[in-house]
Each structure stands twice: as C-alpha cells, then as structure tokens.
Design a protein around this ligand. Sequence first.
Ligand SMILES: NC(=O)c1ccc[n+]([C@@H]2O[C@H](COP(=O)([O-])OP(=O)(O)OC[C@H]3O[C@@H](n4cnc5c(N)ncnc54)[C@H](OP(=O)(O)O)[C@@H]3O)[C@@H](O)[C@H]2O)c1
Length: 297
Amino acid sequence: MMRRVLVSAATGTIGRATMQLLAGDAAAGTLELLGAARSAKSADTLRLQGFTPVAFDYDAPETLLPALEGVDTVFLITGYTVDMLIHSKRLLDAAKAAGVRHIVHLGALAADDTPHAHFGWHQLIERTIESMGFDFTHLRPNFFMDTVWAGFRHRPDRIVHFVGDRVVSWVSSQDIAAVAAEALRRPDQHKGKTYPLAVEALPVSQIAALFSQVTQTDVQYRPRPAGDLLPSLLRQGMEPVYAAGLAEGVAAIEAGHLPLAGAVYDNIAPIVGRPPVKWRDFILQRLATDPLTPRGQ
Ligand SMILES: NC(=O)c1ccc[n+]([C@@H]2O[C@H](COP(=O)([O-])OP(=O)(O)OC[C@H]3O[C@@H](n4cnc5c(N)ncnc54)[C@H](OP(=O)(O)O)[C@@H]3O)[C@@H](O)[C@H]2O)c1
C-alpha cells in the first residue's frame, strides 16, 4: 500500500519547500502527499501549487484526527508562538490515535542541556515524541538564511540583526527541507536520528559584505543591541511569551553564552546527495528567483 505523508505548516517556509521536494514522489505514485491547511485560503494556495490539502487547524483539535487517518509519517512543524507546545501535543495525541508510525520534527539547534526557553520547548517535544513510542527523526536547524533574505528583499541597502559581531551558523530552508524530504521518503533509514543542521558560520558583517559583492551595491550591517529585539518582535505582533524566550536566547548568543551558536556540521551532503547551499550561492539563487520588493516602490 502507498505510504501517506502529511506535512503540517505546509504553507510556511519549511513546509512549502518540503512539499515542493516531495511533489515528484507524489506524481510518481511512490507516496501520497497531504499538505495541512488551516483555512480555505491556505487550501487554495496548496491546490494552485498542485497539492492535495487537508483541513488541519492546531486551534481546532477536532480537525486533527480526521487529517491524520491513514497517515504513516508526519512532518511536525509549529509556528513562532508558545502555542507550539499545545499544538505539538494535540498533533501527537491525534497521531497516536490514528496509528501514525513516524514523526519528523522541526526543532532548533542547541545543546541538550540548554536553559533557554524556545530551544528547551523544542527538546521537550522531542522527548514527548520518543516517550509516546513513535519512530522519530529530529531536525535541529540553526538560523535560517531565509530570514535575512526576507528582510533584505524589502530593504536591500542594509541587514539588521541582534547578535552583534558573534559568529553564528546558518542553513537554508532548501537544505532543511531536503533533509526532511529524505526522512519522509525513507523513514526507516532515518529513524532514531537527530540531525543538527548548520552549514556555514559567519558574523552578520561578513554576510552583508557578501551581499555587497554579489549585488555590487553597498549593503551595510546595522547591528542592534539584543535588548532591542523584544520590543521589535512585539511591534511585529509576535506572541509575547515566545518573543521573550526568543529574545532571551538571542541575548545569550550576543553575550557569547550559547555553546552551539556557531557550530557547523557536514551531515547534509551524505543525506541529500549534494553539497549544502552556502551564503554566496544562496544569495545568487534568491536574486534569480525571488524579486526584490523595496519598501515604498
Ligand atoms: N527562523 C529561524 O531561524 C529558525 C531556526 C531554527 C528553528 N526554527 C523553527 O522553525 C519553525 C517555524 O517554521 P517556518 O519558519 O517554516 O514557519 P512559518 O513560515 O512561520 O509558517 C508557519 C506555518 O504554520 C501554519 N499555522 C499557523 N497557525 C496554524 C494553526 N493554528 N494550525 C495549523 N497551521 C498553522 C501557517 O499556516 P498559514 O499559511 O495558513 O498561516 C504556516 O503554514 C519554528 O518551530 C521555529 O522554532 C526557526
């Protein structure tokens, strides 16, 4: 029987990229691919991309069991909110009831004994997945390159960040999605594994310099104190408990107190069969595929 795979947060950064990578497998009939959609708009977005949406809203728990019926493997992705905890629990309870075997979880890179909130919450979810008896693959990416790109698209003259001059490590959504897609295609080869994902360690000043070189324009790094991050996140509408946890973690990085903040790993190429994407190529690829939309234009 064909294996059924459900990608949660399928319209988000990592979920969308994973759906795209699995589209060929679905077309070839090697797996049945479902994309979670919490609204009619998200379902339409997935349909327009050629995918099969399934109604799935973490805040409407009654939608979860029907979405998970007959599913073998789930990509568990939650958003930037403390509700990640209850959302994950609801998904895992429904997945257990539905007989799901394997959970691939999108977490975040930190030491196992991290005291910082949102990293710790991801690790609590990992432990819950394990203790509930699921087969598991834990993905632990460090900073997404995509977040810097998202800011640059709208303000191509500068990059703002809150980690000062610290060297931190980065990974692109396409590499995270490529590892996720492999784990979803061949869960038995990746069960029991935890994959830290970070391919290049650079201070943000050097990333701005790379943007300048590649675009042949002046792109400046505008460091801001880590203490400015919380008010900035709250202004952007981020849920306050998560925002405080994130800001506290970034302050620890700025102070040099987060042990793996600059760690890199060479595990992506052996999993996906190609080298990972480093900053220079990431910028070139994005410039070619994702037009700039400077504010005010
Ligand atoms: N950014 C980083 O540098 C970084 C680094 C390490 C780890 N992470 C982790 O990455 C994760 C976020 O992934 P992402 O950036 O791909 O997320 P994202 O782009 O913000 O996408 C969020 C997704 O969640 C969906 N969603 C929101 N509320 C929902 C609900 N109530 N029910 C069902 N779906 C809902 C959204 O659907 P709609 O489209 O319908 O809104 C969207 O598909 C977080 O766990 C974070 O800790 C991020």
